[in-house]
Structure formats: C-alpha cells, structure tokens
Design a protein around this ligand. Structure first.
Ligand SMILES: CC(C)(COP(=O)(O)OP(=O)(O)OC[C@H]1O[C@@H](n2cnc3c(N)ncnc32)[C@H](O)[C@@H]1OP(=O)(O)O)[C@@H](O)C(=O)NCCC(=O)NCCS
Length: 274
C-alpha cells in the first residue's frame, strides 16, 4: 500500500498470524491465533500492518458492523519500533478507510498508553470499562453451551449493542456454542492465558447470573471478563463469583453519538470487538 525505505504499510494476511500472536502476547494480551483469524476473516480489508525489513512491526484492525459502527482494535507496536509514528500511521489509514466506507461511528477500548493518541485523532471518552479476572489453571478446555436452533442474539443484541454484529456472533458461536435462556445469551472462548467470558447480553439479572454460573461452574481454568463498572449488577455477579478487577480502560468514540445499553451488557465481546 505505502512503502518508505525499509518500512511498508500493507494489509495483514493469514501468514502474519504467528507473528501477530507473538506481538499481542508480548503486550501480555490474552488473544489467541484463532482470535486474530476471526478478525482477518470478518474484515480482510480492515486489518493493517507495518512491516520493517519483512518483519511485522505494528498492527491495527478495524471491524465494520454495517455502516453504523466500526470497531478499532489490536493497536500494537513491537517495543523496539515504538514512538516512530507507526500506530498513528496505521490508525490514520484505518480512519480514512472507515470514512471512505461511510461509517457513522468508530469506537475502541483504550489503554492508558493509547488514550493520548486516540484523543489527538478526535476520539472522545465515553465510559470506563474494566477487565475482571478469576484465578485458576490453564484455559485449554472449555465446556460448550447448548446449541440452539435459532441464534439467541437475533432480536436482542443489535438493540442493546447499537449495531448488527451477528456475523461476529455466528463466528464466535461456531468456535464454542452459546448458552441461551429466555431471550438472553452468553458466549465464551479459549484465551492465550485465561478463558474468556463474553459477550453476555440479558435484560434480566437472574437470567444473566444463572448463565454465567453455569458457564464457569466445574471449570478449573482462570477466567477473564470485561464489563462496564456502570452496570452494577454485572459487578455484583462478578464479585460473587470470585472475580476481581485487573485492568482499567476507557471506551472512546469518534463520529456520530451511538450509545450501547450497558444495563443489559453483562460482558462485552472483547476490547478488540466491542
Ligand atoms: C500505544 C502504542 C500502540 C503506540 O504505538 P507507537 O507506534 O509507539 O505510537 P506512535 O509512535 O504512533 O505515537 C503516537 C502518539 O502516541 C504517543 N505515545 C506513544 N507511545 C506512548 C506511551 N508509551 N505513552 C504515552 N504516549 C505515547 C506519542 O506521544 C505519539 O504522539 P505524537 O505523535 O504527538 O508524538 C504502543 O505503545 C503499544 O503497542 N503499546 C502496548 C499496547 C497498547 O496499549 N496498545 C493500545 C491499545 S488501545
């Protein structure tokens, strides 16, 4: 796409997955090769990389949920290449692509390191978001939920999330079948270090609690769960089940105002997914 000296900005591709997984692991993130594959399959044109001398140096992904919303994630620069403007270049490219596609709103979940950069690109802070964890062993095996005839998110998810992310949910459900109960659903997936709980959408506290309890009970692995502290019901369930806060991020947005109904979001899908 663009090339200057030893450095080349181009699309991320399937051959990059091992190096990309190393990059996210170096930042101590929990994503697996399968998570990178999900992003690449759902958004082949939105996943960008900078390589230096043929080696992956930085990444950014943009996942479009129709024209209403796109999600930025996996903003990572290898430590030896940081502070050379790589993240800014990738983000500028991704934002140009989103503008060309006519995307109304772009969001992301920002770490402390990323916030000044996003602020300078026109993102505003919306609300806090936290990673909660529960200790345990490794996350290789996960109990599957029950496969349902109809996707349980069909009616509720886009109302609560604010955009249609059914393609993402279908892909996650193929990896590990969902749990669903009275118009509510919960997905989970393996992670690099801990199992990942989410997304979980429900308008009923008792239903959400039951699905989450069923999902983690009898598992010995450690779990991660990303939630909005504003959803006090989610916080209460997390605490009751032995989770505690680990990391603090900020949800940021650019473009048209689009708010999720956080009262019904017990767990997000992932910092890189929304
Ligand atoms: C955040 C990160 C992606 C920045 O990558 P980078 O390629 O070094 O960023 P750039 O060189 O494009 O710098 C962009 C701006 O961010 C600022 N910045 C970069 N690293 C920073 C840091 N560690 N702390 C505070 N500000 C930082 C710079 O001041 C720069 O602003 P400027 O252009 O006005 O000078 C990189 O530090 C990283 O991979 N961190 C770990 C993963 C992470 O937290 N990613 C963000 C997820 S939301």
């Amino acid at each position: 796409m663009t090339e200057t000296g030893r450095e080349k900005l181009r699309r991320l591709c399937a051959e990059d997955i091992p190096a990309a997984t190393q990059l996210s692991a170096q930042a101590a993130w929990n994503q697996t090769a399968e998570d990178w594959r999900t992003l690449l399959e759902l958004s082949p044109e939105g996943c960008l990389a900078i390589e230096v001398d043929g080696h992956l140096a930085a990444t950014t992904t943009l996942l479009c949920y129709g024209r209403r919303l796109a999600w930025l994630g996996m903003v990572l620069t290898k430590s030896e290449y940081q502070r050379r403007g790589f993240a800014r270049k990738l983000l500028t490219h991704a934002l140009e692509y989103a503008d060309k596609m006519g995307i109304a709103t772009i969001k992301l979940d920002a770490t402390d390191q990323g916030q000044p950069l996003y602020g300078s690109l026109g993102f505003r802070s919306e609300q806090e978001i936290e990673r909660w964890s529960r200790p345990g062993g490794n996350a290789a095996q996960l109990p599957a939920g029950r496969t349902s005839v109809e996707e349980p998110w069909r009616d509720l998810d886009s109302l609560v999330f604010g955009a249609d992310r059914s393609q993402l949910l279908e892909r996650l459900a193929q990896l590990n079948p969902p749990r669903s109960l009275s118009q509510s659903y919960l997905l989970s997936r393996p992670g690099r270090v801990t199992a990942y709980l989410g997304p979980c959408i429900s308008e009923n506290l008792g239903t959400a609690r039951r699905m989450i309890e069923e999902c983690i009970q009898n598992t010995r692995c450690a779990w991660s769960w990303d939630l909005f502290p504003r959803n006090q019901d989610a916080v209460a369930v997390a605490r009751d089940l032995g989770f505690s806060p680990q990391r603090h991020l900020v949800r940021m947005a650019r473009g048209k105002e689009l708010r999720e109904k956080e009262d019904a979001i017990y767990a997000i899908a992932g910092f890189e997914l929304g």
